[in-house]
Design a binder for this molecule. Structure first.
Ligand SMILES: Cc1ncc(COP(=O)(O)O)c(C=O)c1O
Length: 400
């Protein structure tokens, strides 16, 4: 071999959820009648007024590089949105626009963490969090959550750990993969610890508008209302709220020092976020929000349907998720049993068996640090949900 790849390639895992989506796409392309519960994006198209704004942007010549941190008018629209919807006042210098929130989060880790640092991640976690941290040469410190309490942090587990080298934490509420929403009390406790220990709190709030009961409250709003004064970086996305996953527009809001540092890194990595997406993003944030209400109502209906169908499966327990579009049932009952002569030792095996025998794609919880659970995305129509869960029921019957 003439060359060697950098060690960091070995250090990280490929995006596991993207792999499952690829499996589903390949099966479909072979003409297999597959049902896909692995998708992490709304099945709706981007609302037409936002698409029109994108077309208009191209017609009017917004096809060039923009200011590195994002178009001024987009950052101002973001500030208005944050004040109106989240009750947090920021100026445009507190905002950095990125090519999707994934880039925001990854750049934040690059700007804040380095070799020798530990960063707290709560299990079950979104698959990319530990990898963002490893790419920054730091180390994730995994902390348990309590499934009976909406997967809120297990503070006993947190306190039992050596926290000496911890520099920050990443939280995600509503959560991918659990759909759990943390209470204000849990966030206050965590923010107080963060303040005391000088941890930077990265709050991933990409599912903020997909909350089915009650009101969503931003971590930074709680931080300010309770005068805790922890350092919080809020990361947000247009992907899930406006069905804009392919437009790649996300943003961060936080202290100018962090935003400037991230902007410096991002400027060298990618110059700026996509100009057409930024123009469409202005329309998304300033335009009619009815589309968000309509999509949320559809997701809520599907959530109620899939959770009730899953709970009707023998041996399966599924908590009612408060937000996002994922159900996260517990399949532990089937661990250690056999299907088609093969031992089901973990959820990779159970998901693999369901895929093989029922042609239903799910995401094994072991990939999210949650053995026993399997993630079902309900970003798909009710008919598909019914048929998919029916197929799972038949597959489970053959597990002995
Ligand atoms: C928890 C979480 N955070 C961030 C993202 C990234 O969203 P995007 O890069 O599309 O803005 C996703 C996408 O699946 C997610 O599930």
């Amino acid at each position: 071999m003439k060359y060697k790849l950098a060690d960091r390639v070995e250090r990280i895992q490929p995006s596991f959820t993207l792999q499952m989506a690829t499996v589903a796409a390949e099966m479909k392309s072979k003409g297999i009648d597959v049902i896909n519960f692995s998708v992490g994006e709304p099945d709706f198209n981007t609302p037409s007024h936002i698409i029109d704004a994108g077309k208009e942007a191209m017609d009017k010549g917004y096809t060039k590089y923009t200011a590195g941190p994002g178009m001024i008018e987009f950052r101002e629209a973001i500030c208005e949105k944050l004040e109106r919807e989240n009750g947090i006042v920021y100026k445009k210098d507190n905002i950095l626009v990125s090519n999707g929130e994934k880039q925001s989060l990854s750049t934040a880790c690059q700007a804040l963490f380095e070799k020798g640092d530990k960063v707290i991640v709560f299990k079950p976690y979104w698959v990319s969090f530990p990898e963002f941290i490893r790419l920054a040469d730091a180390e994730p410190l995994l902390i348990n959550t309590i499934s009976e309490k909406n997967f809120e942090p297990d503070f006993e587990d947190l306190m039992s750990k050596n926290l000496d080298d911890v520099k920050g934490l990443i939280l995600n509420s509503p959560s991918n993969p659990t759909g759990g929403i943390w209470s204000a009390d849990a966030l206050i406790k965590l923010l107080q610890m963060a303040k005391e220990k000088k941890w930077v709190v990265i709050s991933d709030e990409c599912y903020e508008r997909l909350v089915y009961e009650g009101e969503f409250i931003s971590t930074e709003k709680i931080n300010r209302d309770h005068e805790i004064n922890a350092t919080v970086l809020t990361c947000l996305s247009l992907s899930k709220t406006y069905a804009m996953t392919g437009w790649r527009i996300g943003y961060s809001a936080g202290p100018v020092k962090i935003i400037k540092a991230m902007s410096k890194i991002q400027g060298q990595a990618t110059s700026c976020a996509n100009s057409i997406g930024q123009k469409a993003g202005i329309k998304a944030l300033q335009g009619n929000q009815e589309c968000v209400t309509v999509m949320r109502a559809a997701f809520k209906k599907r959530r109620n349907l899939i959770v009730s169908l899953l709970n009707n499966l023998p041996g399966i327990i599924c908590a009612m998720p408060g937000g996002a579009f994922y159900a996260f049932p517990n399949f532990s009952e089937y661990l250690g049993r056999t299907a088609n002569g093969k031992l089901l030792k973990d959820t990779f095996d159970i998901s693999g068996y369901i895929l093989e025998s029922a042609k239903v794609v799910t995401v094994p919880g072991d990939g999210f640090g949650a053995p026993g659970h399997i993630r079902f995305s309900y970003a798909t129509d009710s008919k598909t949900i019914k048929e998919g869960i029916d197929r799972v029921r038949l597959a489970l019957k053959n597990i002995i």
